[in-house]
Design a protein around this ligand. Structure first.
Ligand code: ADP
Length: 637
């Protein structure tokens, strides 16, 4: 069947085992990395079944392509999702009733009511294939409530086999999939997650995106994807790349459908080589010669990271996966998660923490990735990551170095984040350092020969080795029992050189033009389908810098004195945030600062009466803000 319909002369790992399970009617859970060939595993067995195979997938955008591909191979198939109009929907519905298809693709919401279940019962179903099955688990990175309804499939169709497929499932998620789908004695197959042609390197990011721009410039004429967290960052990086002469195009969910399709087509067909994108880009990108995937910032889970980097080097030739991370990425994601995922914020923050530990760990990257997905690892040298290739060895004076750092954490009171402790260690005189008299400490300037980034990286390594504990919300550092042991010379620590992103000089860039002009260029380029517009600029009246003007949502304007206090409060907030190595909004929002400026709380109870300040926030920052309010001259009374 495979040879006749697909023309493949060999099967990929686990495809045979999966298809055998499908044909014997055994339930199965199959974890294969992206590109491992999961679709064939349910498509080929469907051909020899009398009744159709129902494929559940959340990826509506890909269904049409899948169905078109099958129709081209003369395999009767159809899809049912919200993109169909009423007439087409009815046609497919009737086709199912008449048993016309071998494969039917549906979105999970199809099971919302009883009607579709009833139709399947009447028409008969040969098998269920559940794609992206991790969506059923709360522990996964992409939980979808609609998937929970699939739990009913086993009750309603006890004799129909279910095959669940996913590319990313930790052992915990796998157990959850089996339980939620009530799989009956399932065959569990986990593929090989080690891709030796992918070279992983991780760098602590300097300020801005200079490192990212350099990295792209260093890889001319190669296909690559640059992932950013926010749309504004996508626009920013695209502009900077274009200004540096790289013909990069943006892709994010805020763009219109047409424009997104144009970018996707241009990239897939090789007309565009560099796409700067949010996570929205990548599903269904069928380009095998992607030579690099750069993360301009840390993704929010190892699952995302693995999926996104897995798009590189599908042709099995060498490709690079570069991650530029910073502690601030953690704070930003934390904020986004707390804002958007109120029900499952803790689960997502846990996944985020795992990702941060991956970035800061000093172990083989492939080992960390594969073992995260439950695979055994007994390879001493992967020959494909910074740790194994560049020979990161423990520094000879590791323990003494660790003691210097740990003692600075103690001397500063175990109440500060890595950024402030690093300032003290490298001997940087900041306002915060002098205000706290931390320049008088014996640990001030102990690491003055080292850059601050490196001191911060070492603190991350101490966290990874559980010698320092990082408080999850405010990111303050404190010693663990093990840390105290190192400080008392009762145990050793191992610290490695930190790979700081290099700040290389390069030719001056043209100033970024406006975003509107940049899009105009990109559009020109996409429409013309050539690379001839490289470097050309249009003038544009638009002056947008890619960011929306900040909306002031305060109900009443502040008086001039209140306004002045508000500005001072913001400076204090910035100092604290820098100290915590977290974005300012993690301390207080502008709205809360406005409230403080307006009500000028002078005691703890006044402060707790301010909207947006609870006991935890008060405990962390209250006193400093009260102090500022108290020393502020009040001329408006
Ligand atoms: P996944 O869903 O696991 O990410 P796909 O099913 O989309 O992967 O397959 C990825 C690519 O590999 C597709 O282009 C597919 O045609 C191809 N492919 C799958 N199985 C084989 C095989 N046995 N031999 C050659 N190519 C294959």
């Amino acid at each position: 069947v495979v040879l006749n319909h697909w023309g493949y002369d060999a099967l990929r790992p686990l495809q045979l085992e999966t298809m055998q399970a499908a044909l014997t009617g055994q339930d199965a859970l199959v974890v294969l990395p992206t590109g491992g060939g999961k679709s064939l595993c349910y498509q080929a067995p469907a051909l020899v079944r009398e009744k159709p195979t129902l494929v559940v997938s959340p990826l509506i955008a890909l269904m049409k392509d899948q169905v078109d591909g099958l129709l081209q191979r003369n395999i009767p198939a159809a899809f049912l999702n919200s993109s169909l109009d009423e007439q087409d929907r009815r046609r497919v519905w009737q086709g199912i009733a008449k048993n016309q298809y071998k494969l039917i693709f549906v979105a999970p919401e199809r099971f919302a009511g009883d009607a579709f279940f009833n139709l399947l019962e009447e028409a008969g179903t040969g098998a269920f294939a559940i794609d992206e099955a991790h969506c059923i688990s709360h522990w996964g990175h992409d939980f979808r409530g609609d998937y929970r309804r699939l739990g009913q499939l086993k009750q309603r169709f006890p004799s129909v086999p279910i095959h669940a497929f996913t590319a990313t499932a930790t052992p915990r998620v796998r157990a959850d999939i089996v339980a939620e789908l009530s799989l009956n004695d399932p065959l569990e197959l986990v593929g090989d997650f080690f891709r030796p042609n992918l070279i992983y390197r991780v760098h602590r990011r300097g300020s801005g995106f200079d490192d990212v721009i350099n990295a792209v410039q260093d890889r001319p004429n190669k296909a690559g994807i640059v992932y950013c967290i926010r749309r504004a960052d996508v626009d920013d990086v695209t502009l900077q790349l274009q200004a540096a002469g790289v013909q990069a195009v943006s892709y994010h969910a805020g763009m219109g459908d047409e424009q997104r399709t144009a970018v996707q087509d241009a990239f897939t067909s090789g007309r565009a080589d560099v796409v700067v994108a949010t996570v929205a880009f990548g599903m269904g990108i069928d380009r095998s010669d992607i030579r690099y995937v750069i993360h301009a910032a840390m993704p929010k889970s190892i699952e995302h990271y693995q999926q996104e980097t897995g798009r590189a080097g599908r042709d099995d030739k060498e490709a690079e996966c570069l991650l530029f991370y910073s502690g601030a990425d953690f704070g930003l994601w934390q904020h986004i998660i707390q804002k958007n995922d109120t029900d499952s914020a803790d689960d997502h923050i846990n996944l985020l923490g795992q990702m941060y530990r991956f970035a800061t760990a000093q172990t083989c990257r492939h080992k960390k990735l594969t073992t995260y997905f439950g695979q055994e690892w007994d390879n001493n040298n992967c020959k494909a990551c910074d740790f194994c290739l560049d020979g990161v060895e423990a520094l000879p004076d590791s323990t003494v170095l660790a003691q210097k750092i740990l003692s600075c954490v103690v001397r500063t009171g175990q109440r500060f984040g890595a950024a402030h402790v690093a300032d003290v260690l490298v001997g940087k005189v900041t306002d915060r350092v002098t205000q706290r008299s931390h320049d008088q400490l014996s640990t001030f300037g102990l690491l003055s020969d080292h850059p601050k980034q490196m001191a911060m990286g070492w603190m991350d390594q101490l966290v990874d080795q559980e010698m320092l504990n990082r408080e999850p919300e405010f990111r303050t550092l404190a010693l663990t029992d093990q840390g105290w042991q190192v400080l008392r010379s009762e145990a050793d620590a191992q610290l490695c050189e930190v790979v700081c992103a290099k700040l290389k000089k390069r030719a001056p860039r043209r100033k970024p033009t406006s975003l509107a002009a940049s899009f105009a260029d990109a559009e020109d380029f996409l429409n013309k389908g050539s690379k001839t517009t490289r470097g050309r600029r249009r003038s544009s009246a638009a002056t947008s810098n890619g960011q929306k003007p900040h909306a002031d949502t305060a109900p009443q304007p502040l008086s001039p004195d209140e306004r002045a206090l508000f500005e001072r409060l913001r400076i204090l907030r910035k100092d604290i945030a820098q100290e915590m190595n977290a974005p300012a909004f993690m301390v207080f929002s502008d709205k809360t600062l406005r409230e403080i400026a307006r009500h000028q709380p002078k005691t703890e109870s006044d402060m707790l009466a301010v909207k947006g300040i609870g006991p935890a926030k008060y405990e962390a920052f209250g006193e400093q803000f009260i102090k500022l309010v108290n020393v502020t001259p009040q001329t408006n009374e």
